[in-house]
Design a protein around this ligand. Sequence first.
Ligand code: ZN
Length: 286
Amino acid sequence: MMKTCTEFSPFLSAYGFEKALKRIKSLGYDAIDYGEFCHTENKIFHVSEEEFATSLKREREIIEANGLFVNQTHGAWRWPAMDFSEYDRAERYAAMEKGIRGTALLGAPYFVIHCIMPFGENNPEHKEELWQMNIDHFSRLCKVAEEVGVIICFENLPFTSLPLSRWGETLEFVKLMNTPTMKMCLDTGHASVYGDSPADAVRAIGKELLATLHVHDNDGHGDCHWLPGEGVIDWVDFTNALHEIGFEGCVSLETSVRHEGDPALWDAKEKELFAKVRAMANGTYR
Ligand SMILES: [Zn+2]
């Protein structure tokens, strides 16, 4: 049976670490998407190597003691893009490498990451150079990932002028890398920004290469990160596609109920949202 997963960071901000885990578990989720490696401003990037390891091992213990596991983490990236100089890219590489090591310490199988964008996210030119720079960057990172037993999941993006963004390009890149250490994260909302059907993407990527998901909705234009059902994505078709290919990963949300206003209202909305995720995982979404 497919498992269910939610992004952790919004719960962490709303409830604090332990209460967030208890809340996620009580809603019924199996796993979390750990977002603390996403921004290098986060505390975890500013502690000693020893504290980095100790605190992540401790977090893993608490997560598992609460009956959950970390399915996926999200690696460091910047928007707007800031990968222009050698110095910028070396800094990004180091942050990504740290995230991969942290992912292993958390016991998570998957590290989700975006391409580097040395020409910005809105530049349709330099495709060959862009791809070559990413091949070099990720060939090095794959060695680190392999060493610690983590799989890098390359994510499709919503930047319609970037020639390494649409899901077909992301898939082509992963196939070109041709290593068991690199698979794909399908972001449903990012596919929808192009007017693409996430269900078609699932069927084309297939069971072998589709490792992780970022599930969220939008209006077919903007990267809104709406809840499933609030936008234009056909979730029944998406659910069917996951079951057709025999997807074995987690149905993982990259959106959440806003924790503002009356907490009593969060409760009903969070339960309703989980029911949708469970239905996708069970193949009963209607
Ligand atoms: Zn995403």
